[in-house]
Design a protein around this ligand. Structure first.
Ligand code: OAD
Length: 244
């Protein structure tokens, strides 16, 4: 049976494809107010601004290519059971050939109804719809849900909304990695947003675990690989593939 490699990634994985990170200088949060473009309140105040923000991010994602880090992760599938958890809303891992990608902060390539029930409900609101659809074009103001006529929105996770994490699956993966000497790799994330830090810490008991970043924060007995994701992930993937 193939050994398991679990990879948890953030914006640094796609940075070398030209997609800006969030907290680096000139990052998305330096140039936009989080409250305006990534919260339910911002959406209610000015949906056009929110749609413009995500339309620009969709265009950036469509007008670029996977980099060496994405391709090296895909290459691992030749010999490993690779499970990707990514905070990135682009589709560069899939376009590099990865077949098992969970988007914990949603994806730009799917839309949902603004009344979708995975948006946490407040007593005064009606979040009762289940409409979601894959789509390659940006959502426009006035585009309505075919089920309930609610305004459509990108299927991304905003602050205050639930992340798409299957904790049971993660516990199974940790157990599986421990039993078959699997590997955990965290790449290109500042791990400042829930559930990043929790997820990274939950792989603590594993023998083989790496943090890859331009500026990795020391974390227990993880092996820190400092540098560009394209270079460090390529070296690590070569090593893991040679080991089998
Ligand atoms: P951040 O911008 O917080 O962190 C990016 C990380 O990537 C930093 O640690 C950088 O040092 C590192 N980095 C940058 N370029 C790199 C490169 N070429 N190679 C390796 N590392 C590099 O982005 P995230 O951690 O992904 O959430 O942010 C997590 C979440 O916070 C996002 O998904 C977003 C944001 O608020 C939502 O919008 C809900």
């Amino acid at each position: 049976m193939k050994k398991t490699v679990v990879i948890f990634s953030g914006a640094g994985l796609s940075a070398e494809s030209g997609i800006p990170t969030f907290r680096d200088s000139n990052g998305l949060w330096e140039n936009h107010k989080v409250q305006d473009v990534a919260t339910h309140d911002g959406w209610q105040r000015n949906p056009q601004l929110v749609l413009d923000f995500y339309a620009a991010r969709l265009a950036a994602s469509q007008n670029t290519e996977p980099n060496e880090a994405h391709r090296s992760i895909a290459r691992l599938e030749e010999k490993y059971n690779v499970v990707n958890f990514t905070q990135n809303v682009d589709n560069l891992l899939e376009r590099a050939g990865c077949t098992n990608v969970r988007h914990v902060h949603g994806t730009l390539f799917r839309r949902k109804c603004q009344n979708h029930w995975d948006v946490p409900s407040r007593p005064e609101d009606k979040f009762s719809c289940n409409y979601k659809a894959d789509h390659v074009e940006a959502v426009k103001l006035g585009e309505e849900c075919p089920k309930c006529q609610g305004q459509l929105r990108p299927d991304v996770v905003w602050f205050g909304e639930s992340v798409e994490m299957g904790y049971e699956e993660i516990h199974r993966l940790i157990k599986n990695c421990k039993n078959n000497d699997g590997t955990f790799i965290c790449v290109g994330t500042s791990a400042q947003v829930y559930p990043a830090a929790t997820l990274v810490d939950s792989f603590y008991g594993l023998r083989n675990k790496y943090i890859v970043d331009l500026n990795p924060q020391p974390n227990g007995n993880y092996t820190l690989l400092t540098g560009k994701a394209s270079e460090q992930i390529k070296l690590l993937a070569d090593r893991l593939l040679d080991a089998i």
